[in-house]
Design a protein around this ligand. Structure first.
Ligand SMILES: Cc1cc2nc3c(=O)[nH]c(=O)nc-3n(C[C@H](O)[C@H](O)[C@H](O)COP(=O)(O)O)c2cc1C
Length: 197
């Protein structure tokens, strides 16, 4: 079984919901399984520590998840046009895996949820790719053969899946955004299986 790691951070729940849709896409591919993980919050206080296991929700990622996965979908809310600090903090702890080349040649995709339409969902997706490219991963986007990419009135880009939550973050994930999350998950899983051969 080819396990795709879906690693996300979410404060309000939108990116969490996208992660579940991407998992649906992954698991629509025969031979592929989704492993969903999250990252803890970062505290400004050096004294503060998060519990080892979250009180609710998905388990925290461990470095061995990166070793064991055959592909990675990385999701974060947009924060000032970039990924959120907890995800960057986790990525900065992966120097050992970078030195070992753990992720070299594995496929990766990115996804984000953003408040406003032009508030940086594309810049977040593009900049989330950079550490993955340093790790030697092969970036998987969304091709225009996906009809939802042309019909969407909100999120969804060739660079990865996205959702526009609105100023109050009260907009549900649209049908086109959903289709593109699922398509991204299945494309990632299909490519991971091909690369494994
Ligand atoms: C500190 C902070 C910075 C943010 N920066 C942006 C931004 O640059 N552009 C934008 O459109 N939305 C921005 N937002 C809104 C979030 O991207 C948006 O609410 C997102 O849908 C949250 O995802 P989540 O529900 O998974 O936490 C910001 C929110 C916070 C708390």
């Amino acid at each position: 079984m080819s396990e795709i790691l879906i690693l996300y951070y979410s404060q309000g729940g939108a990116v969490n919901e996208m992660a579940q849709l991407i998992a649906r896409g992954v698991e629509s591919v025969s031979g592929a399984k989704a492993r969903i993980r999250t990252v803890p919050k970062v505290s400004a206080s050096y004294e503060a520590t998060e519990p080892e296991v979250p009180a609710k929700g998905d388990p925290y990622v461990e470095l061995k998840d990166l070793e064991e996965c055959t592909g990675l979908a990385l999701g974060s809310p947009t924060r000032f046009g970039n990924m959120a600090a907890p995800m960057k903090y986790f990525l900065d702890s992966t120097v050992g895996q970078w030195l070992k080349g753990t992720l070299i040649g594995k496929p990766a995709a990115v996804f984000t949820s953003t408040g406003s339409m032009h508030g940086g969902n594309e810049t977040t997706l593009m900049t989330m790719m950079l550490p993955l490219m340093h790790h030697g991963m092969l970036i998987v986007g969304l091709p225009y053969s996906e009809p939802a990419l042309s019909s969407t009135k909100s999120g969804g880009t060739p660079y990865g899946a996205s959702h526009i939550g609105g100023a109050m973050d009260d907009k549900p994930i649209s049908e086109d955004e959903k289709k593109l999350c699922i398509a991204l998950g299945s494309r990632l899983a299909e490519i991971a299986l091909k690369l494994e051969k």
